[in-house]
Ligand binder design. Structure first.
Ligand code: A3P
Length: 280
C-alpha cells in the first residue's frame, strides 16, 4: 500500500492510493482500505454497491428516508456509511440497520455480505455520463489535486487507469457474481430509470427493502431526495453537478464517441447488461 501520483495522457497528475495492484482515491484513512475485508458485517446491513458517479448519493438518500420513515432533510450523506472512507470504528458504531456503501468490487468486499445474504442495492449508470461526472469531480475535489484536460482524461479513465479501475471490469464482475450467486438478494437500479420515473423505481426499493412506506410517503421522499433539494442541503457541493442523463454529448468529440462505442461493443459482447445513454 502506498500513496502515489498517477499521470493522465498529458502528464498531469492525480493523487491516489495503490493497494494490491488497485488504485483508490487519496482518502485519509488508509486502514479502511487495507482492512476492508475485516469489517464485521451484520445480518441486517443494507449495502449500496456502485461504480463511482453512478448515483450512489441519491440512492443512499432514498434508502435513508425509506429506512428511517422520516422525510426530514438532513445534511448527513452517504460518506457516513462509505466503508473504504470512514474509520472502521465509526462504521462499527453505527446503529442498525446500517446503510453501507462502497465502490469496491464485490469480490474485494467482506465476504460475509454474501454469507449473511445482506440486501444489496446495485446502482448502474451509463459510462459516458460517468466519465464526465468523475472528471469534473476529480477536478473539483482538493484531495486529487488534479488540473488535467478532458482530452487527456477521458480515454485513460475508460481504460481503467485511475481510482477503482475500469467501469467495464466493475460491471462485468458484478454480472458474474449475480450469475454465480443467483440467490443473492440484489436489486439493480439504473440512474436513467430513476430519472425517467422516480416513483416507479422508489416503489421497487420500498418493496425490496420491505420498508412498507405509503404512496404519499414515497412522493414526499422523491421530493426530499430530488437533485435540487440535495444540492441545496448537502455539504459536499462538488457531488451535485448537473444530475441529468446525456450530458456526455456536451463533452465527447465525434472521434472520442466512435472510439468509445467500438470499445464498448468489444468489451460488452458477451454481457446481457443493457445501458441507456440517453432518455427519449
Ligand atoms: P453529475 O456529475 O452528472 O451531475 P455518486 O453519488 O455515485 O457520486 O454520483 C454523482 C452523480 O449523481 C452526479 O452526476 C450527481 O449530480 C448525481 N446526483 C446526485 N444526487 C442526485 C439526485 N438527487 N438526482 C439526480 N442526480 C443526482
Amino acid at each position: 500500500m502506498s500513496r502515489v501520483t498517477v499521470e493522465d495522457a498529458g502528464g498531469d497528475t492525480l493523487f491516489q492510493i495503490e493497494h494490491n495492484g488497485n488504485l483508490y482515491p487519496n482518502f485519509p484513512n488508509i486502514n479502511s482500505i487495507t482492512n476492508i475485508h475485516n469489517l464485521p458485517i451484520r445480518d441486517d446491513d443494507i449495502f449500496i454497491c456502485a461504480y463511482p458517479k453512478s448515483g450512489t448519493h441519491w440512492v443512499w438518500e432514498v434508502t435513508r428516508l425509506l429506512v428511517t420513515g422520516q422525510t426530514v432533510q438532513d445534511n448527513v450523506e452517504k460518506g457516513a456509511g462509505m466503508i473504504e472512507y470512514m474509520p472502521q470504528e465509526d462504521v462499527t458504531s453505527l446503529p442498525s440497520p446500517r446503510i453501507l456503501n462502497s465502490h469496491f468490487k464485490l469480490k474485494l468486499l467482506p465476504q460475509d455480505i454474501l454469507k449473511k445474504r445482506c440486501k444489496i442495492l446495485y446502482v448502474m449508470r451509463n459510462p459516458k455520463d460517468i466519465v464526465v461526472s468523475y472528471y469534473n469531480f476529480m477536478r473539483g475535489l482538493p484531495h486529487y489535486k488534479y488540473t488535467g484536460k478532458w482530452e487527456n482524461y477521458m480515454q485513460y479513465f475508460i481504460l481503467g487507469k485511475f481510482s477503482y479501475g475500469s467501469w467495464f471490469d466493475y460491471v462485468l464482475e458484478f454480472e458474474d457474481m449475480k450469475r454465480s450467486h443467483p440467490d443473492l438478494p440484489v436489486l439493480t437500479l439504473h440512474y436513467e430509470d430513476l430519472k425517467e420515473d422516480p416513483l416507479r423505481e422508489i416503489k421497487r426499493v420500498n418493496e425490496f427493502l420491505e420498508t412498507g412506506r405509503s404512496a404519499e410517503f414515497l412522493l414526499e421522499a422523491i421530493e426530499v431526495a430530488s437533485f435540487g433539494n440535495m444540492k441545496q442541503k448537502k455539504s459536499n457541493q462538488v457531488t451535485y453537478r448537473k444530475g441529468v442523463v446525456g450530458d456526455w454529448k456536451n463533452w465527447f468529440t465525434v472521434a472520442q464517441n466512435e472510439w468509445f462505442d467500438q470499445l464498448y461493443q468489444e468489451k460488452m459482447a458477451d454481457s446481457d447488461i443493457k445501458v441507456r445513454f440517453t432518455l427519449p
